[in-house]
Design a protein around this ligand. Structure first.
Ligand code: NAD
Length: 316
């Protein structure tokens, strides 16, 4: 990171890209925010609208550009591409979005070989892997938003159930950002107490594992429900992206479950998948070796094998 206030380029100015731009502008983290979209008019309109709110936010240069706008970018966030239609899974988007990334990634690298690339487009784990391979960048500099959003959903839903501030809940969703993701209950704590013990001690005396499963199912299906209701998800992902970029820009060493290339992880190799990782100005500085229960190991391996099968269908 060359400057304290970086240049951030957002590829794709649709629901996710524009909401992220808005949240980023409010955060005051960026010196420049550039919007790149094949729909140039959309990118222009969004940048005009954002600029008109600047007197209520922080001094930031915001503009629409082509891929040349990636020049000297510190972070490029990729949100371009097809999104799920009601009932469609994230994996269903793979062919369309891989084809798109074959154009987008070289266009970014042409202007900005030094940036950290943050992938958001779905299926995010597959596209993070594709971006890594096409860009040729070191793995610490290519990451996917992964299960950061799912983990935020889990913490919110647990906070409602357990009647506690989500900031005091340490619980992660890992694996695919999608249908095979899994919660790591074996490591989940509230205020340092094992989650089930917290519940039986302070909330309901008779907590059962089934109640946790019900909460997890709601987390896993949340995107389907929101897409059914309003066609896209944007606010919570926008804020998740601010959290990830802030951790990079401010060298925060935050632990976030981003999608990253893993090697020899419970026997899993050469795949991008979400594992709690330390995020700082290097990008993904390291990922944590979690002490998973046998059941969790089995589920993580299944999630990885599902992604691996999809990757095998892609000519990289
Ligand atoms: P959207 O349709 O509103 O926006 C996508 C934008 O990409 C459009 O404006 C389109 O013009 C643009 N685009 C397409 N091809 C392009 C190209 N070659 N160059 C530049 N721009 C191009 O969709 P959205 O709701 O913003 O979702 C975007 C993606 O983010 C989807 O794949 C969606 O599934 C994904 N998403 C991921 C998460 C996550 O947690 N990882 C959360 C929400 C959405």
């Amino acid at each position: 990171m060359k400057t304290l206030k970086p240049k951030i380029v957002i590829i794709g100015a649709g629901n996710v890209g524009s909401t992220f731009a808005f949240s980023l502008m409010i955060s005051g983290l960026a010196r420049e925010i550039v919007l790149v979209d094949k729909n140039e008019l959309l990118a222009k309109g969004e940048s005009m609208d954002l600029n008109h709110g600047l007197s209520f936010a922080h001094p930031t240069k915001i503009y629409a550009a082509g891929f040349e706008g990636c020049k000297d970018a510190d972070i490029v966030v990729i949100t371009a591409g097809a999104k799920q239609k009601p009932g469609e899974s994230r994996i269903d988007l793979v062919q369309k979005n891989v084809a798109l990334f074959r154009d987008i990634v070289p266009a970014i690298i042409k202007y900005s070989g030094n940036a950290i690339l943050l992938v958001v487009t779905n299926p995010v784990d597959i596209l993070t892997y594709v971006t890594l391979k096409i860009s040729g960048l070191p793995s610490n500099r290519v990451l996917g938003s992964g299960t950061v959003l799912d983990t935020a959903r889990l913490r919110y839903m647990l906070s409602e159930y357990y009647k506690v501030d989500p900031n005091n809940i340490h619980a992660y969703i890992i694996g695919e950002h999608g249908d095979t993701e899994l919660p790591v209950w074996s490591n989940a704590t509230i205020g340092g107490i094992e989650i089930v013990k917290y519940c039986s001690g302070y909330v309901h005396p008779h907590i059962s594992k089934d109640e946790l499963s019900v909460i997890f199912e709601k987390v896993k299906n949340a995107a389907y429900q929101i897409i059914e209701a309003k066609g896209a998800t944007n606010y919570s992902i926008g804020l998740s992206l601010v959290k990830i970029t802030r951790a990079i820009i401010r060298n925060e060493n935050s632990i976030l479950p981003v999608s990253t290339l893993i090697t020899d992880y419970y026997g899993i190799n050469d795949i991008c998948i979400s594992i709690p990782s330390r995020i700082n100005s290097n990008g993904v500085d390291l990922y944590l070796k979690l002490d998973l229960s046998e059941q969790e190991q089995k589920l993580l391996k299944y999630s990885a094998s599902t992604l691996k099968k999809v990757i095998k269908t892609i000519d990289l």
